[in-house]
Structure formats: C-alpha cells, structure tokens
Design a protein around this ligand. Sequence first.
Ligand code: FAD
Length: 405
Amino acid sequence: MQDVVIVGGGMVGASLAVLLGEAKLNVTLLEARSFNVDWQANSIDARVSAITAASRALLASMDVWPGIIARRASAYTGMRVWDSEGSGEVVFSAADVGVAELGHIVENSAILAALYARLEALDHVQCIDNATIEALEPLATGRCVTLSDGRRFEANVVVAADGARSTLRQLAGIEVSSHDTGHCAIVTTVRHEHSHGRTAQQRFQPTGPLAFLPLVIDGDSRYSSIVWSADVAEAERLMALDDAEFSSRLASAFEHCLGAITSVEPRHSFALTQRHAQRYVEEGFALIGDAAHSIHPLAGQGVNLGLMDAAVLAEELAWAKQRGAPLHDLRILSRYSRRRRLDNTMMLTLMDAFRVGFASDIPLVRLARNLGMRGVNGTMPIKRFLARQALGERSDLPARIKAHL
Ligand SMILES: Cc1cc2nc3c(=O)[nH]c(=O)nc-3n(C[C@H](O)[C@H](O)[C@H](O)COP(=O)(O)OP(=O)(O)OC[C@H]3O[C@@H](n4cnc5c(N)ncnc54)[C@H](O)[C@@H]3O)c2cc1C
C-alpha cells in the first residue's frame, strides 16, 4: 500500500507530488495526458498564470523555480485597475510594499515542464501518464483507484487533483455548489504598440473584465497575455471576428492604453463556472486545487489557491507520517480542510462580489464603486493591504513558504 495516490498531474497535483516526494512519502501520480510537455522558447503558450510571491516562494522551496526562470517568467512591478464607466482607478506598485516585484506571469507549460523535470529526480514518486480512471473504492485504511486497464493502486490517501470537472470527486459522491457566471474568457497573446512597463492592467467593463498580463519576450515588453471575459453571446461574436477586426476591437476596449494591437495569436475560449466542493475531505480522500474550487480568473488566483492547498496538505501529511499517525484518519485530513476552506471561500466570495458589482449599471452602485476606487487609491494602508493580497500573503502560510518569502 502506498502512502498517497494523486489523480491529476496538473500544476497543483504535480506540486503536491514533489512536496510529498521530498518528505519521503511513497507517492503515485496518475495523469490522463502525457508528461511530455510542449514548452518551446520560440512560441508563447496561450495559457499563463499570474504567480504570486507566496507561490513563487513555494516553488523556490521545491527547487522548481530555477527551472521556470530558465524557461520564461515575466516579473511585474505595477498593477492598475479601473472602471470603464467612471473615473475611479486603483494603482499600486511593488515599491508601495517595499518588494522588488508583485508577481510573475508564467506560461502554464513552463511551470509543468519544470515540475515534471523535478519529479524525475525524486525516488519516492512513481509517475504514470495516459491513465484512465475506472473506479474508486474504500479500503479499511484508505482507498483503491482502478484504471481502465485493470491496474489497481491502493493508498492511505487518494488525492483528487483532476481539475474543475473532477471525475474522482464524482466517484466519491461529493457534491459541489456551482453557478455558471454566464461568462466565457477569451485568452490569447498579443503584441502592442507601446511597452506595458511591467504593469498588469485590468479594465472593468459592464460586459466583464479585460486583463492585460505583461510578458517580456527576448527583452521586448510589448507583449501581453490577455484574458477577456464577456457574456457567452459577446464572446462568441469576438471569437468569430478575423484577427484584424479582433485587434481593433481589443485596442478600443482597452482605451488604446497600449496603442494599437500589432499581432494576435490564436484565441481560445473557456466557459467560466464558479464551483466549490461541499467538503474537501473524507476518510482516506482529499480534494485540492480546481477539483475543490474553481474561481473566476479576474484576480488570477486559481492556481495560487491550489498551490496553497498542496502546501498545506503536504505539511499535514508529512507531520502525520513523522509521528507515525494513520494518514487516512479523518482528523488529520480535516486539519488541511480547516486551514484552507476559509481562505478559499473568502476569495470565491470576493471575486463574485467584484464580478457582480462591476457588471451592475445601477447608478448608485456605479457611484459607490467609483467613490470606492478613488477612496482606495487615496488611502495608502488600504492600497498596501490590497498589494499584500496580490502578493498572496496570508496569516496561515506553511513554514516553508514563509522561509522563502
Ligand atoms: C482563462 C483562465 C485564466 C486563468 N488565469 C489564471 C491566473 O492568471 N492565475 C491563476 O492563479 N489561475 C488562473 N486560472 C486558473 C488556473 O488555470 C487553475 O486554477 C489551475 O489550472 C488549476 O490547476 P489544477 O492542477 O487544480 O487543475 P488543472 O490545471 O485542470 O489540472 C488537472 C489535471 O488533471 C488531469 N486529469 C483530469 N481528469 C483526470 C482523470 N480522470 N485522471 C487522471 N488525470 C486527470 C488533467 O489532464 C490535468 O493535467 C485561469 C483559468 C482560466 C480558465
């Protein structure tokens, strides 16, 4: 019997595998796709993540950050958020909180490639790709996962890290509270006329937020990854436009802040559904990352929350293993759930409030958000608080993260 079987080798599941492997727990990582990730220096992955300082510290503590930097990571030092319907804006910089940068924009494929390379060096982790899960059964001291080819994996703890539509969560019979935001996010990489000056920018429109995440490619700071959220009908219209028309609509939706859009890569569209599992743990079973919660990307928090889940669960399991406690015990797994649920719930609620508040065209709500933004922008302690949130700093961070911040 293994200590832990992780289903799902995305950024969160693979991080948990590294953390547990380092702590010398015996781990099997099962992934539906291949572990050969196609990161290339001469093309830019459309899927990127805004990695907070806390997540960077975690990845550094796992010796994965150097592999990410060796591929590509774009540090950003400023943040600007404004409302298309008024004059309110919030601007803050790394200098406001005395740090060198607020975070990094990193291609997801660069993170995965670095994580998989790190996993190869860990003796206690077995990685199996192209795996199709057939069944999940309870055992006296854990769970058993069966693959479609008949292979069985018994473990004290089975962790579902298989994303927002988690098969494992369904097999375990854990319900989710979910609501369709009615939005899709269009993502792509664009090049623009002016430098972004390493500032992440987001414009709130009644139809949804539009974010420009700054990328620096071969020293050129005229690239951004964009996340354009819009209701489904509008997103379909935007996806159907040819590149020239899309570029022109994008530049004007962004008030030409970065000048004209000079090139655009292929676009991808994602339906945005907010989900939260009704519980994160059962005896011998835990959910982490998007399998536990999926969140609107407007504050770029999804993978950061998932990485914190992985760090806290790994910390609890490693302590339990050290003192010889049974890993499948619900009391141990519940400590993970207690430590993460509040933080995740707060972020899910906050993102929903932002999304609804900025979409509202009720005059009083518009007035309130403009006054609110101007108030925030003029008040240094609140700006510092927001910057600390953007950095991913929380009260209950695992010790290894605090040591690397
Ligand atoms: C448009 C958009 C923009 C975003 N931008 C940001 C951002 O800037 N910052 C941020 O923090 N987050 C962002 N997010 C959210 C972020 O992408 C997710 O939170 C993150 O990918 C979740 O990671 P995960 O490992 O939990 O799940 P996933 O990335 O979904 O990985 C799940 C893994 O499990 C595998 N899998 C699935 N089913 C099975 C199965 N049955 N058996 C075995 N393996 C399986 C999949 O192949 C995959 O590798 C964004 C999301 C979207 C849609």
